[in-house]
Write a protein that binds this ligand. Structure first.
Ligand SMILES: C[S@@+](CC[C@H](N)C(=O)[O-])C[C@H]1O[C@@H](n2cnc3c(N)ncnc32)[C@H](O)[C@@H]1O
Length: 348
């Protein structure tokens, strides 16, 4: 139970974020379109940048994006710090394999990702903060992790999988639905952050899910080659620099059995210069330094270089049908992420 004061702080921070998305973003877009005066829209984000930066709403938009996020973490951190961590479920079907000798990449530890103070890996409190924050940052529509359920239900072809690997599983919200949908499969969630993995194990055990959570780097997992018929990730690849991204695709290709599937949920370019610029600058303002690079990268071509076939992006509409069959999203006025699924497979 949170105190009224804590709840009010959280509600305010969340509401501010909503108004930024559903009022300020459309206002900025309106000013942008008016400023073009009927001239053709710039084709690329870099051409839209000087136009957008000159708009009257831009300083408000940019400031509120970064500082609204800081305010949200502050409210979440205060709420987490106000009470002792609830006792987790230590015993149950989920298992945990930690690697105390694991070296974390500097690009992972040098930044407080998403401006979360201390990142997601430093202490158990980091995982508590991340868990509460993650419930809130999807603009309040992520109750019961609907988003991740939609990924499993719409973006993963129904088959009888023997072994599934979820890369960058965090505290497990992307892994639980996979095990629920494929209870007979061996399901492994892999992440660098021990505190998140401990939480993932507790939460999975509490739900009766026999998942193995394992500490490791998705660039070189140490898991047996050809063992998995599905390798997934959600919200992982935009957090990695390009060499790590390439290494992860090659590692995924190595891990997949012939005919096995790769399904990564992330973001891609939309071709709408204004929106792509907002996304690139979201990365810059939200301490996601590799997001602009991952959006610019040709991920399907990188999949092919890694030895996969049939690589393509399809759109993912998290409020509607989930996975769509093409790279086009339903039009929405408010700011929202260009979610997309990177699909590829290992040649049979
Ligand atoms: C935004 S979180 C997404 C977590 C989870 N997939 C979800 O959707 O809730 C990204 C996760 O990737 C992990 N991660 C980042 N780089 C990684 C790497 N090289 N190897 C393994 N995990 C990594 C982070 O620790 C973090 O938990």
């Amino acid at each position: 139970m949170r105190t009224l004061d804590e709840q009010a702080h959280l509600d305010f921070a969340l509401l501010l974020r909503r108004r930024w998305a559903d009022m300020l973003y459309p206002a900025l877009r309106g000013q942008y379109e008016a400023s073009l005066g009927g001239a053709p829209e710039p084709a690329e984000a870099k051409e839209a940048r000087p136009v957008v930066h000159a708009l009257p709403a831009y300083p408000w938009f940019a400031w509120l994006e970064r500082n609204g996020q800081k305010m949200l973490w502050r409210a979440v951190q205060d709420s987490v710090a106000a009470r002792s961590t609830e006792a987790g479920v230590e015993h149950g079907p989920a298992t945990l394999v930690l690697d105390p000798a694991l070296e974390m990449p500097a690009w992972y530890t040098d930044w407080d990702i998403h401006i979360q103070p201390g990142g997601v890996w430093r202490s158990d409190a980091s995982a508590d903060t991340y868990e509460l924050g993650a419930k809130l940052v999807m603009l309040g529509v992520n109750d019961d992790y609907t988003f991740h359920r939609a990924f499993t239900q719409t973006a993963i072809p129904r088959r009888s999988y023997r072994a599934i690997l979820d890369l960058g599983c965090g505290f497990g919200k992307s892994t639980w639905p996979l095990k629920k949908a494929y209870p007979l499969a061996e399901v492994i969630g892999l992440d660098l952050a021990a505190p998140c993995l401990r939480k993932a194990r507790e939460r999975a055990s509490a739900q009766g899910l026999a998942i193995e959570f394992r500490q490791g780097d998705c660039q070189a997992t140490g898991l047996p080659g050809g063992h998995f018929d599905l390798v997934t990730s959600t919200m992982l690849i935009h957090e990695m620099p390009r060499p790590a991204l390439m290494a992860t695709l090659k590692e995924s290709a190595r891990l997949l059995a012939p005919g096995g599937l790769l399904r990564f949920l992330d973001f891609t370019k939309t071709g709408d210069a204004f929106r792509d610029l907002a996304m690139i600058e979201h990365g810059e303002r939200n301490n996601e330094p590799f997001l602009p690079g991952s959006i610019a990268a040709d991920l399907p071509a990188m999949c092919v270089e890694a030895g996969l076939v049939g690589a393509r992006w399809v759109a993912f509409d998290e409020r509607g049908a989930g996975r769509l069959d093409e790279l086009r999203w339903p039009r929405r006025a408010e700011w929202h992420f260009p979610w997309a699924v990177l699909e590829a497979e290992k040649p049979a």
